[in-house]
Design a protein around this ligand. Sequence first.
Ligand code: F6P
Length: 324
Amino acid sequence: MGHMRFAVLTSGGDAPGMNAALRGVVREASSLGHVVLGVQRGYYGLLEEHLLHLGPRDVSNILQRGGTFLRTSRCPEFATPEGVKKAAETLRANAVDALIAIGGNGTLTGCMRLAEEWKGQVLGLPGTIDNDLYGTDETIGYDTAVTTALDAIDKIRDTAEAHERHFLVEVMGRHAGFIALQAALCGGAEEVLVPEDPVDIAAISERLQKGKRAGKTSSILVVAEGAYPGGAAAVAEELHKLTGNDYRVSVLGHMQRGGSPTARDRLLSTRLGAFAVRSAIAGETGQMAGEAGGRLVLVPFADAVGKKKDLDRDLLALARRLAL
Ligand code: F6P
């Protein structure tokens, strides 16, 4: 095959490692003599035709940076039939052969819609701190977000222990408890509350009292933002009513989305970026590139966004057993 024209974009919530993935895409395609166009601000860039040529030098010195140099957005217009048509027109007008979109559930759902309207090849990369895409063991940004959350938990542990206080640490995850579970397990948290499991405040309160009788003088409860209506603040209020204890609340929020990607995230992003390019050259389309059991895999979009990736129940049980 002759030279291909690639377009690449990042969309939805940014994730550390998106820049490393962009570099992987641009450099791999360039090394094989293909052309890459960067689309700015996610799907908005397709609606408004904000595209620029990207060569190897344009992705210098970004591997280690959080955020995404192409910028990103959440783009409701793209979800309309007119929006998808306009995006397809832009791709045709720029003679694009293959689009690589980096993002989470919403982004890959967008890919599926686009694939119905446009004849070119569409590939996705899993870019979200939430780790909630089926078919890949981890998503780009997840390891960095966990590392950031864990760093905060370790710091809170110092002051919790010094003052003999109880803390609730709210981490990101509206629909998924992956960040919460891993940060809780690695931080030795007393409790972990996740959206995948019903939250029983009375049972938590009982376990905390039991911990106190067993000699615990402080505690950390990790709460995924979507685990309980009202988040960690509401849990603190309920627990206060039951126990009379004060619960300090720390909401980590968007700091979990930024920062320099960990080595693990850089490795994943770089491998997946290059793999998506090679997959497109091999004629693949309609799939997300991922990594499962150490191997690079392609997962149909319908599975990646449609099937539910469950929490590792053994890990959840282990975190709870060890918090005695
Ligand atoms: O999907 C990534 C994520 O960071 C979620 O964990 C969080 O619930 C959401 O995005 C926040 O979105 P926004 O930055 O648009 O408020």
